[in-house]
Design a protein around this ligand. Structure first.
Ligand SMILES: [Zn+2]
Length: 115
């Protein structure tokens, strides 16, 4: 099956061929087509669906318990989050970076550092 974006898509208003662009939203790179004349954009339906899945996960709250493991505390990261990240990153190792950037907040970074 060929990708929908491999076809020529015309702007509904200008009747001109739309050019491929990428749009960044919350760390996501979405494939899109844009009309050079009016700026109208069409986001790839697969990327849009993936982004919607992210939005649903993003607004979900998880309550997990801290456990003591040796001299450290461990928390479990819900499987659905890790699986989603794995799908996005394609390759993911078992290492994450932790930053204590707020008095009551820890952040975990998956994948490579962003420049
Ligand atoms: Zn247009």
């Amino acid at each position: 099956m060929s990708d929908i974006f491999s076809n020529t898509i015309l702007c509904g208003k200008c009747n001109l061929k739309m050019k491929p662009v990428s749009i960044e939203r919350n760390g996501f790179v979405l494939r899109a087509l844009q009309c050079e004349k009016c700026g109208e954009k069409i986001i790839h339906p697969d990327d849009e669906a993936e982004y919607q899945r992210f939005q649903q996960l993003k607004n979900k709250q998880f309550h997990v318990k801290m456990r003591i493991v040796g001299n450290s505390y461990a928390v479990s990261i819900p499987k659905e989050i890790v699986e989603f990240i794995k799908q996005q990153e394609r390759i993911m190792d078992d290492f994450v970076r932790i930053a204590f950037n707020d008095a009551r907040k820890l952040s975990l970074m998956f994948g490579e550092e962003e420049n």
